[in-house]
Design a protein around this ligand. Structure first.
Ligand SMILES: *Cc1c(COP(=O)(O)O)cnc(C)c1O
Length: 364
C-alpha cells in the first residue's frame, strides 16, 4: 500500500467545482489585489478565531516582517526565538537589523522552553517570537509572564497552528501580534502564497493595515515606511471556499494522531507530548528515534513517504553562522533535528493507510 507524505490533489479534486466557480467570479470582477473576496475572508477567519480584526497578507513571512517593523526592532536589539522552526520565523528580525537570539526548546512539544527563554533575556532584548510548532500551542502563560516582566513585544508565529487554542483562546490572539501562513501545504492552504496578521491592539492593527499598502491610508500619501504585503483576490476567494472545511479537517488530523499515539509501540521511539493546556491541530506528527535514518529507509521500503522537519536547526544554518552558535549550543533542538522524522498526517489519509503506517513503524 502506497502512502505519500502529503497529497494536496485529493483535497483540490474534491473542491474543484466550488473552487473554480469562486476563482471565476473573482476573475470576472477583476478583484485581484485585496477587494471583496479578501475582506470576506478576513471576516470569516476572524469569526473562526473568535476575534474582531484580521488582515490578509501575501505570505506567512510578510506578517512576521510587519510585526517586527511595528515592534520597532532595530540594530543592537535582541529578539529571542526558538532554533527549531522554519527559517521564516526569524527573517523579520534580520530585516529590521536586530539580532536573533536563540533559546532552547522543551523535548516533549518541540516548542520554546520558558525557562530557557527567561535565561536568554538581556538588557538588549526587545521581543520574543513564539512558534506553535507542528500545530502544538506553546506554554503561553509562562512565556507571557517572562515577556511582561521585561516589557517585551510578543509575536506568535501560528503558521502551523491555524485554529489551535491555548486554554480556550485562539493562538495568535494572546501576544501583541499573531501571524498565519496559507502556503498550500499548511492546514489551511491557498492556491499560491498567502498569510494573515492579527492583533488585539487597535493601534498595532492600524499600523499593520498601513504597512500592508506601502505605509499609506490614503493613496499617494505615505505616513510610515511600508511594503506591499497585500493578499491576492484569488487567495481570498479560494480560502473562503476552504475555511468552512477546516474544523472537519482538523478533527480528522486529530483522529489520525490519536491512532498513532495509541498504536505506535516501537522500542526507543519518542512520541510527541500532548499537554492538557491546548490540543495540537497536528500540522505534523513528528516522532523521534535514535536510528531515525534507518527507520525512514524501512518505511520507504513499505512505500511510506516521510519527511525531515527540520534537519538543521536555525543556529547551524550558514546564514546565521556569524552568531557563532556551535555544536552543543542548544542540545535539545540539536537532538530533535538529529532524531526526528515526520509521518504522513493529512485529512484524506484512509484508516487503512494509517494502520499500515503504524504496523510498518512497529515492525522496524
Ligand atoms: C510556513 C511557515 C511560515 C511562513 O511561510 P510562508 O511560506 O512565507 O507562508 C512561517 N513560520 C513557520 C513556522 C512556517 O511553518
Amino acid at each position: 500500500m502506497k502512502v505519500p507524505f502529503l497529497d494536496l490533489s485529493l483535497q483540490h479534486r474534491a473542491l474543484r467545482p466550488e473552487a473554480l466557480a469562486a476563482l471565476a467570479a473573482t476573475y470576472d470582477a477583476s478583484r485581484f489585489c485585496l477587494g471583496k473576496d479578501v475582506e470576506d475572508f478576513e471576516k470569516n477567519f476572524a469569526a473562526m478565531l473568535g476575534y474582531p480584526r484580521v488582515l490578509g497578507m501575501n505570505s506567512g513571512t510578510s506578517p512576521l516582517h510587519a510585526a517586527c517593523m511595528i515592534a520597532g526592532f532595530k540594530p543592537g536589539d535582541e529578539v529571542v526565538t526558538t532554533p527549531f522552526t522554519f527559517i521564516s520565523t526569524v527573517w523579520g528580525v534580520s530585516y529590521t537589523g536586530a539580532t536573533p537570539v536563540f533559546a532552547d526548546i522543551e523535548a516533549g512539544t518541540f516548542n520554546l522552553d520558558p525557562a530557557k527563554f527567561a535565561a536568554a533575556v538581556t538588557p538588549c532584548t526587545k521581543g520574543v517570537i513564539v512558534v506553535h510548532l507542528f500545530g502544538q500551542p506553546a506554554r503561553m502563560d509562562e512565556i507571557m509572564a517572562v515577556a511582561r516582566r521585561h516589557n517585551l513585544f510578543v509575536i506568535e508565529d501560528c503558521a502551523q497552528a491555524v485554529g489551535a487554542r491555548y486554554r480556550g483562546t485562539s493562538v495568535g490572539t494572546i501576544g501583541d501580534a499573531g501571524t498565519f501562513s496559507f502556503y498550500p501545504t499548511k492546514n489551511l492552504g491557498g492556491c499560491g502564497e498567502g498569510g494573515a496578521f492579527v492583533s488585539r491592539r487597535e493601534e498595532i492593527h492600524t499600523q499593520a493595515r498601513h504597512i500592508r499598502v506601502h505605509g499609506s491610508d490614503r493613496r499617494y500619501y505615505h505616513d510610515i515606511v511600508g511594503g506591499n504585503f497585500r493578499m491576492d483576490g484569488f487567495q481570498g476567494a479560494l480560502l473562503n471556499v476552504k475555511l468552512p472545511h477546516l474544523a472537519a479537517w482538523t478533527a480528522r488530523r486529530q483522529a489520525i494522531a490519536a491512532r498513532y499515539l495509541a498504536g505506535i509501540r516501537l522500542a526507543d521511539v519518542i512520541l510527541p507530548a500532548t499537554p492538557d493546556y491546548g490540543a495540537s491541530v497536528w500540522h505534523q506528527f513528528t516522532i523521534r528515534h535514535p536510528r531515525r535514518d534507518a527507520l525512514r529507509e524501512h518505511l520507504a521500503k513499505h512505500e511510506i513517504g516521510t519527511d525531515l522537519i527540520y534537519p538543521v536547526p536555525l543556529h547551524h544554518q550558514k546564514c546565521y553562522a556569524s552568531l557563532g552558535c556551535g555544536a552543543g549550543s542548544f542540545p535539545v533542538a540539536e537532538q530533535a533535528a538529529a532524531t526526528c522524522v515526520s509521518l504522513p498526517i493529512f485529512p484524506e489519509l484512509t484508516d487503512e493507510q494509517v494502520e499500515h503506517i503504524i504496523a510498518s513503524v512497529n515492525s522496524f
